[in-house]
Design a binder for this molecule. Structure first.
Ligand code: SAH
Length: 348
């Protein structure tokens, strides 16, 4: 079954269900995923400097710690100077991609986002800029693109309408989220999508539908991480997700999407101390450490017990180098764009 998955980049729903729900194929599957990853990306791991520039959010996603309704969250915004200095520091540490992530914060107008993007591109012409600022209009996406943004991360969260409504208030819609993803793709962005593993009410069928949606979208980047409980959300009583299932899904994704950029996420590293390393061994090829100033880092809490909130960027960078090396891979300094089949076919 694993050989067939590697060859066809696909399996039936029933077969995927078996892979997702049982650990029976894990060893074989992780090995196959690693070999596919090595045939496309070698041992290279791409790093992204994450700048969490605002934790204000107008949305109220039931799972998220920086939701509008969480009055316990201490809110902050970085100004343009602070953002540029994060990028500067990141550049010196070898980052060549900056990810600007935040809550959905209308304080940052389109003009400001464009100024941030073009400011970073002007200072660091050899870097890619990724935005992860939620749902915006096609017009806004076009403006950011024109100012130099290269990539956009917008997880679809769940591709099932009923499940989406269990995770979000009525003011939000799956239709709009999906429309944003298609718009971003049409404009020319390298698009990233993904979902949480073990989010409340999620079924295996939901996950299979997520994989099917990703097959349709064919994103350049796929981010998944375990759902982790945050005590100040309506989902405070739901348990956090499983590292094992998340890692298993990383391997399935690698086999289905050989060319995708797949991060070993901070959430995975939070739920298990060796989570990111195990993610790398199962096919992940990207790590996204935090570059935000230490003074605000502890406030960008989407979930409880987030790792690395006290470390300086330079410490994170060193720690990462060691971890990646010990896992059997190497951090490369470069933009780390997604490869395509033109770079060579996958050996299976
Ligand atoms: N506002 C932006 C960025 C969201 S934060 C946007 O709408 O895209 C990035 C991702 O963190 C989210 O897409 C979500 O999948 C994940 N996330 C949020 N809360 C989480 C939680 N409690 N546990 C794990 N992941 C979470």
């Amino acid at each position: 079954m694993i050989k067939r998955l590697a060859r066809n980049r696909n399996l039936s729903d029933g077969e995927l269900k078996t892979l997702i729900e049982t650990g029976d194929y894990d060893a074989e599957m992780f090995k196959a995923a690693d070999s596919v990853r090595r045939s496309v990306y070698g041992a290279d791991v791409y790093i992204r400097g994450l700048i969490e520039f605002t934790n204000y959010c107008k949305n109220d996603c039931y799972y998220c710690g920086i939701r509008h309704g969480n009055t316990n969250a201490k809110r902050y915004r970085l100004d343009l100077g602070q953002i540029f200095s994060c990028a500067e520091q990141g550049y010196e540490l070898g980052f060549r991609t900056f990810v600007l992530q935040g809550g959905e914060d209308p304080y940052y107008t389109d003009d400001m986002i464009c100024e941030i993007v073009s400011g970073i591109k002007r200072r660091h012409g050899d870097c890619a800029v990724t935005l992860s600022i939620g749902e915006r209009s096609e017009k806004s996406f076009r403006a950011y693109w024109a100012s130099g943004a290269d990539r956009y991360l917008l997880r679809h969260e769940t591709s099932d309408g009923a499940h989406y409504r269990m995770l979000h208030p009525d003011s939000m819609s799956l239709e709009n989220r999906k429309a944003c993803l298609w718009n971003l793709k049409k404009i020319g962005y390298q698009v990233g999508s993904g979902f949480m593993v073990d989010s409340p009410y999620q079924t295996t069928e939901n996950i299979i539908a997520d994989l099917r949606f990703l097959q349709e979208l064919q994103p350049s980047m796929i981010g998944i991480g375990p759902y982790i409980t945050h005590a100040d959300t309506p989902f405070r009583n739901f348990p956090s997700g499983s590292a094992e299932k998340c890692i298993r899904l990383v391997a399935i994704l690698r086999l289905m999407f050989p060319y995708a950029l797949i991060p070993a996420t901070t959430a995975l590293g939070t739920i298990a101390p060796d989570g990111r390393e195990r993610g790398l061994s199962a096919g992940a090829n990207v790590v996204m450490p935090n570059l935000s100033p230490t003074s605000v880092r502890k406030y960008y809490l989407l979930y409880d017990n987030k790792i690395c909130t006290g470390d300086e960027a330079a410490e994170c960078r060193n720690c990462l180098d060691v971890r990646v090396r010990l896992a059997g891979y190497k951090v490369v300094i470069g933009r780390g764009d997604a490869k395509t089949y033109e770079h060579g076919d996958v050996a299976v």
